[in-house]
Ligand binder design. Sequence first.
Ligand code: CA
Length: 529
Amino acid sequence: MTRHFILLVLAVCSTADSWAQEAQETPTFDRSVKIAENFEAVIQRTEQDRAVAEKLASLQRKTGRRPNILWLVVDDMGYGDPGCYGGGTLVGAATPNIDKLAAEGLKLTSCYSQQTCTPTRSAILTGRLPVRTGLIRPILAGDQITANPWADEVSLPKLLSDAGYFTLLTGKWHVGESKGMRPHDIGFDEYYGYYPAQKEISQRVDVRRFPGLVLNPERLAAFEAVGPAAHLAHGFKGGETNELQQIKSTDDMGKADEVLADFTIKRIKELADGELPFFIEHCFMKVHCDNFAHPDHAGKSEAKYPYKDGIHEVDAHVGAILKALDEAGVLENTLVFLTSDNGPQMDGWPDAGYTPFRGAKGTTWEGGVRVPGIAYWKGMIAPGRTNDGLFDLLDLFGVGLNLAGVSNDKLPANKYYDFIDQTSFLLADDGQSKREAVYFWWGKELMACRMREYKVHLKVILAEAPHMHIDLATVRDVGLAPWFFNLYLDPKEEMTVGHRLDPWMATVTGKLKAHGATFRKYPPKNIGL
Ligand code: CA
């Protein structure tokens, strides 16, 4: 602001109040405002919110009920895997059904997950960053959790169930399998799936990859004593849990996603005939390593590798699930959101996905956290939209609350909430994001922040060998200046624009520090991970 302008403003504004108002209207890089102390600041889009509220009310008058919500969460799929994100046939596995979803809906190009499974899966159900809930990394064989992180969290399925929804999680859970931590303990009315990731199950039966375990009965017994469950579980709110078939071979593992997709399709048909709107989170086992091709899909991808055949299969299930919605007559009353829970796990290469970005799963580089995000809703989302506005997957929590008509006062005031209600971003014809910043954590370390096209890193994860972003990586503090990238000029985060070349670095760094300061009043939980 020039001195001349300041004097002019002072002359016009006679009171402190009007000065404050004038100052607020001065354009700044940070457009967001705080609506409550314990909620993330939002870019206010009043007109967009109003138009979408009207659109939703109009639909509800027509259908007589709240809309259904269906999330499709693929495990470890890379940003560059679906054809609509530049992959598909280019990387040896066409994805016609996912591409169709994007073409007829909204494709987000700046959609962010956490950098591994458990953190993302818990964040989208709590609306809170993993560092706040304590679920900061995957729970693995032998881990001793010191406190149930869910005990004082108010989950999305619980809120939706209380609001009259039927809530179901099908597939991979990976957020705790002891009593009190299972999907049907934390709010879901029904659970049908496997608790851990594919490899945690298949390593007991995969003699080619794990002979030291599979061919050694003593070690196998020791592993079984601490290892995660290998059976399909069918659980119901209240605690009843039935153990269904065990995965006894890599062939069984290869068929797991078919079993899950068949179940979701069956339940969509039943629930569509019922009285209640539904919330279904369908979590694929694929394409987390190790992938074993289903016989119907083996060799069907152009690349013919198990990972690529896995993408082929996931894409086919996406098509079948969408067809089931259509046949059940609920396509026009269901928000569908497809995503991946983190970037590709390059440590498992070639049983791994593709990202055009630097880094991969386990890092806070774009390759670890920038994921496909497609919102589809026939008649409610204009076809063919693409938007680069920021979307954090934990914003799905806010969208869920909005669609179910659950207000924020149902959330405890003593907890900090990181989600933003992005319903109007997804549903307005030219909807714009209400999120100004995405924060990147790695365990208990605050690593980086993105605002608009800028990203600043205070700490970085460096792979010490090609593709080894988890198994041979280090976390390092940056030197004198934060590492500062313009993602429009340099999406691979290779060329820092540095502290001399860009006036916005201090703003982004300041935003990141202000975020860190929220933990003083709202301290993080420690659950022993
Ligand atoms: Ca994952």
